[in-house]
Design a protein around this ligand. Structure first.
Ligand code: CAO
Length: 442
């Protein structure tokens, strides 16, 4: 028996009246499950709306230029059988599913969380790794305006590409997509265009099958977006990493005491919570670490709020949820929020808003191991704190070697904003706070 299925706009976060920038179905079309049927766009992100039911399109209720919100009816589809996928409702179902969230490694290192059955935010407008002006290496256009969404135009601008020079868009009705911009850059670079000036030579392609058996795995969207943003940071920011060690022997003793007092249902305090507290105290002392460069590189924008991004390892790749106004929260509150956010991250349930507004990021590998590493700044933030595994070490106290628990810390900073001496002083401050956490009360 055929059934009429409604496809509605799912939960798209706290945004309403989102622009419809493309509708790619009409009555009579046959759609497959997950096929993109429309594209929405906010000033932050574009989102593909996938068909949550397969079948023949009966009626389409939206058009380009409309504004939609959660629950707006997009189309009805006649299907031979009901498909129990989220995002679709048969006529008696009432609520569309939760969306998929996508973001960039933070305000820059793009990360995406992808749930196949949910709508996909295909790109974010979160700024890339750099605050510097886009490169002006690629030639300027003369032709007619290109057919592309604002997000793709932004992407092109960030990469210094004049979108009007990109011909033959591979999207619907010749629309230029991000991939077209990438192909244009690759082509321009491989041609060694004189207009590009000194380009970075590409890594030559190698046919690995000549050496043995191989298998190809598709990169997740998070991995691809993170990779893009990390590359941009790497190429645009002069990064310096400085290493330090903090004596956390007393801090750990205190942590064990308070954890022993907790019931099984209470969230335990990990060392990371004290590291967050120490980081905030140091940021208060050194406000240039709680800052971003203005896009023209002329001013430092000092932030008066303290939002900390925490890099979380998930099966789909790295994401950075942001803990907001951490300076106003207790150790227990931060521990609870971190547990909630990292669980949400691992379940692929973070919304774009959960990953925005960070001031500085912590990348803690301490639960895994390590002695030091060089994390990459989550621009437009200006620094990132790395943490690896604490280890008992013999420390000379002037008379004897005594066993002390030493925590390795790394700070990578944007050298345009932070001087080497400032980096060292900042880390000394963190080390002192962790060495005697009573100082956090002062
Ligand atoms: N030294 C020694 N032990 C440590 C430690 C350190 N620096 N940091 C954590 N641990 C211990 C914890 O105390 C905990 O021990 P118990 O199980 O005995 O209590 C255990 O390791 C696991 O901790 P955790 O990782 O679950 O918790 P956390 O608060 O330290 O970190 C989170 C939370 C979300 C940051 C972490 O789970 C995570 O995902 N880390 C990976 C981040 C990442 O991938 N970074 C790379 C980004 S590239 O720049």
């Amino acid at each position: 028996m055929s059934a009429l299925i409604e496809i509605k706009v799912p939960d798209i976060g706290n945004v309403t009246d989102v622009d419809v920038v493309d509708v790619s179905i009409k009555p009579g079309d046959i759609v497959a499950l997950d096929q993109t049927i429309a594209m929405l766009e906010t000033d932050k992100a574009s989102m593909d709306l996938p068909a949550t039911a397969a079948g023949t399109v009966n009626e389409v209720f939206i058009k380009t230029g409309d504004k939609v919100s959660e629950g707006t009816l997009i189309a009805t589809v006649t299907a031979a059988t009901m498909v129990a996928a989220s995002g679709q409702t048969s006529l008696d179902q009432e609520k569309p599913p939760a969306p998929e969230a996508v973001t960039a490694q933070a305000e820059n290192t793009a990360q995406a969380i992808k749930l196949p059955e949910q709508p996909k935010a295909v790109e974010t407008a979160q700024p890339p790794a750099t605050q510097s002006s886009p490169p002006e290496a690629l030639p300027a256009s003369k032709g007619s305006p290109a057919h592309a969404t604002p997000a793709v135009r932004l992407f092109a601008r960030e990469l210094g590409v004049d979108i009007n020079l990109v011909t033959g868009g591979s999207g619907r009705k010749g629309r230029i997509l991000k991939d077209d911009i990438k192909h244009y850059i690759k082509k321009t670079l491989s041609q060694g265009s004189s207009q590009t000036g000194g380009s970075i030579p590409p890594i030559p392609a190698v046919d690995f099958t000549q050496f043995g058996e191989i298998e190809e795995l598709k990169l997740s969207k998070i991995k691809k977006m993170t990779g893009q943003n990390l590359s941009r940071v790497w190429l645009n920011l002069p990064l310096v990493t400085y290493h330090e060690e903090a004596d956390i022997t007393e801090m750990e003793a205190f942590r064990s005491t308070i954890n022993a007092e907790k019931t099984n249902s209470e969230v335990k305090i990990t060392g990371l919570i004290f590291i967050i507290k120490a980081l905030i105290a140091a940021m208060r002392q050194f406000p240039q670490f709680n800052a971003s460069l203005s896009p023209d590189g002329e001013k430092l924008i000092l932030k008066k709020y303290f939002n900390i991004g925490i890099a979380v390892d998930t099966p789909n790749g790295l994401v950075v949820p942001v803990l907001r106004d951490v300076d106003k929260k207790s150790v227990n509150q931060i521990a609870l929020e971190l547990a909630e956010k990292s669980e949400k991250a691992r379940a692929g349930k973070l919304m774009p808003g959960d990953m925005q507004g960070g001031c500085i990021t912590i990348s803690s590998l301490g639960g895994i191991g390590g002695t030091a590493f060089t994390p990459i700044v989550n621009a437009p933030e200006v620094a990132i704190l790395g943490v690896t595994r604490a280890k008992m070490q013999p420390v000379w106290n002037g008379k004897d070697f005594v066993p002390r628990l030493m925590l390795p810390l790394d700070i990578t900073y944007d050298h345009r904003v932070i001087d080497g001496a400032e980096g060292a002083r900042f880390m000394t401050a963190i080390k002192n706070y962790l060495g005697d956490i009573r100082r956090l009360l002062l």
